[in-house]
Design a protein around this ligand. Structure first.
Ligand code: F6P
Length: 329
């Protein structure tokens, strides 16, 4: 059979390792792989990976060494055209024209939403892989790219702590996660931050200032506050203004880590997760499955219907939230 693979939405470290696993397993089993460039938009534009022989097919050697690189060699995009019924119908015609039997989209909730929409038009198989730094998908303990993003954020906060201590300052460090506080909570624990603000829990400004004052009275000379970009009280800049107005005793600075968190060589955890999800996605297709995401739960490869991966908010374990408080007290 002919299997298409592509990356979509925000890129995530490990997407290349995932595409490599898809190529290696599918070709190893005697099938063909079409690399679709630039996600759903690339499909609409018939923009395919071309191998050394000039054919629109991936070869075993096309993905040599891909595991260790961040970014997405297949490129990625967020396509407005594909969100329309007309775009999905056009994509269906293109998939039929190129005789593609199955697709493996690597991406997050928007990508799987797109896969569900496509399935209403196209009768090929669709098995996704969880590629997003946000770790906001149900059906996998962790998403591809999350571990690397946290590693990058913790490294950055460690450096910021050095200057914070020298100047006896407080820093508000904003991390990514549009609707989810996973990166923020893991970064806070990993970097020993005193405070974390996330969309999943109410951000109580007066209470935060009371606890910062208590920490200062106990002799703390620097404070790290990790803010998820999606916190309901706003990002780090807005929170800084609010805590200042509520009597924050520290001199503050704000750092927004932004897209820095999406780059870099994937961590071993991300490479292993990505390889395993990609390999299992091919296996699922060969077993006739469709409409599901290939994830890893408790070390076991698992399939979860696309709709279930994004319908509910993935909860942050209560123990992690308590851990932040225990460690800061
Ligand atoms: O979904 C991944 C993510 O990195 C989010 O954490 C972030 O809010 C968003 O993508 C940023 O998207 P863009 O790169 O399109 O600005």
């Amino acid at each position: 059979m002919k299997i298409g693979v592509f990356c979509s939405g925000g890129d995530a470290p490990g997407m290349n390792a995932c595409a490599r696993a898809v190529v290696r397993r599918a070709i190893g089993e005697g099938h063909q792989v079409v690399g679709i460039l630039r996600g759903y938009q690339g499909l609409l534009d018939e923009d395919f990976f071309v191998n050394v022989n000039g054919e629109p097919l991936m070869l075993l050697r096309s993905v040599s060494g891909w595991s260790r690189f961040g970014g997405a060699f297949l490129r990625s995009s967020r396509s407005d055209e594909f969100r329309t019924e007309a775009g999905q119908a056009k994509a269906t015609d293109i998939l039929r024209k190129h005789e593609i039997d199955a697709l493996i989209p690597i991406g997050g909730d928007g990508t799987f939403n797109g896969a569900v929409a496509l399935a209403k038009h196209w009768d090929g198989q669709l098995v996704g892989c969880p590629g997003t730094i946000d770790n906001d998908l149900i059906g996998t303990d962790f998403t591809i790219g999350f571990s690397t993003a946290v590693q990058t954020a913790v490294g950055a906060v460690d450096k910021i702590r050095d200057t914070a201590e020298s100047h006896e300052r407080m820093f508000l460090v904003e991390v990514m996660g549009r609707h989810s506080g996973f990166i923020a909570v893991h970064t806070a624990i990993g970097a020993g931050a005193e405070c974390v603000c996330i969309p999943e829990t109410p951000t109580d400004i007066p209470a935060i200032v009371v606890s910062i004052r208590a920490l200062k009275e106990r002799g703390k000379t620097s404070i790290m506050m990790i803010v998820a970009e999606g916190d309901e009280e706003g990002g780090a800049e807005e929170l800084n203004e609010q805590i200042k107005a509520a009597g924050n005793p520290f001199n503050t600075r704000v750092v927004v880590l932004g897209h820095l968190q999406r780059g870099g060589s994937p961590s071993p955890e991300d490479r292993i997760l990505a390889s395993s999800c990609g390999d299992f996605a091919v296996q699922a297709i060969l077993e006739g499955k469709t409409g599901v995401m290939s994830g890893l739960i408790g070390g076991k490869s698992t399939l979860t219907p696309f709709e279930e991966t994004y319908a509910k908010h993935k909860p942050i374990p209560e123990e992690l939230l308590q851990l932040v408080e225990h460690l800061a007290s």
